[in-house]
Write a protein that binds this ligand. Structure first.
Ligand SMILES: [Ca+2]
Ligand SMILES: [Ca+2]
Length: 304
């Protein structure tokens, strides 16, 4: 955000406008367009008789021209999970020397869907009162509407992360404001979104391995490891008792889990492991942390 500074020049570079000297505050973009700057010299001298004489030079004038001026701040960054909708706040300021409209465009490096909103209450958050940014001049780009010199508009850029985005994906969305008066005058800010999603590796093993005769007790183990950069929460493991085997009562285990049993083919579950058991369900009591958080559950059956 650029602060509005009003400077009062002390030097006698005051402007001669319409016959009056006036001292005007300097704007961020400089003197207002159309202002006429005039300059004239006075020469005093005396002749041989001591008469005071004076000659004025010609007057030279310069008319101040209009310039564009745009400031889009700040850059932002955030992590997100697939399916998130993220809002980035920006302030768009007219830093030119005249009222202007600033058109807004945004491009996502990942091709994600983007939308502009006016942050009506200026809190940097998307609220019920915030509205889609309009296109006041009908040129196809949403814009700020007419902003006075040094005035600003707070906006939000809505970034929609697709549901299937892979963990670790990085998007840079470039948000650009362009002066309507001079479309060569632009300023940009960058919003960086990094996907921090869970990625579970699930490995099933059986012991003893290899061919086994009837009545053998088999121990099944499920190892879950979160190799992603985001936590995995509300983890539930469901495992059916294989055909031609019988669940060994009391064998289901899993530290930090709630274990439930189905007796009707997985339709309903309860806390009783009385036969027949057709499915076992483990609900983890804590999230699996990113970067290798793991949990293990197991149960036993005998081959019929
Ligand atoms: Ca808001
Ligand atoms: Ca527009």
């Amino acid at each position: 955000m650029k602060l509005l500074r009003i400077r009062m020049p002390f030097l006698a570079t005051a402007l001669l406008v319409a016959g009056l000297f006036s001292i005007q505050p300097a704007m961020a973009g400089g003197t207002a367009p159309g202002t006429v700057i005039s300059n004239q010299a006075t020469v005093d001298f005396t002749d041989a008789n001591g008469n005071a004489l004076q000659v004025l030079s010609n007057v030279v004038t310069t008319t101040v021209s209009q310039v564009g001026g745009v400031l889009v701040d700040p850059d932002n960054s955030s992590t997100a999970v697939p399916g998130d909708v993220v809002y980035y706040a920006h302030r768009v300021t007219n830093t030119s020397n005249s009222a202007d409209t600033i058109n807004m465009t945004a491009v996502s490096s990942q091709g994600w869907a983007l939308q502009f909103y006016a942050d009506v209450n200026g809190d940097g958050l998307f609220d019920a009162g915030d509205v889609l940014l309009g296109d006041s001049d009908g040129d196809g780009s949403p814009d700020t509407g007419i902003l006075a010199v040094d005035a600003f508009l707070d906006i939000l850029v809505e970034v929609t992360v697709p549901g299937a985005t892979v963990d670790g994906t990085v998007d840079t969305t470039t948000v650009t404001g362009t002066s309507l008066f001079d479309n060569l005058v632009t300023d940009s800010a960058v919003d960086t979104t990094t996907i921090a999603a869970p990625s579970l590796a699930v490995v099933k093993s059986v012991a003893p391995a290899g061919d086994q005769p009837p009545t053998t007790t088999l121990t099944y183990t499920v190892l879950m490891t979160n190799n992603g950069t985001g936590a995995a929460s509300a983890v539930v493991v469901n495992d059916p008792i294989p055909a031609n085997t019988t669940y060994v009562t009391g064998s289901a285990a899993g530290a930090g889990t709630t274990i439930e049993y189905s007796h009707d083919g997985g339709i309903t579950y309860d806390a009783s492991d009385a036969a027949p058991v057709t499915h076992i369900r483990w609900t983890l009591g804590a999230a699996l942390a990113s970067g290798g958080g793991s949990a293990t559950v197991s149960f036993q059956v005998t081959i019929d």
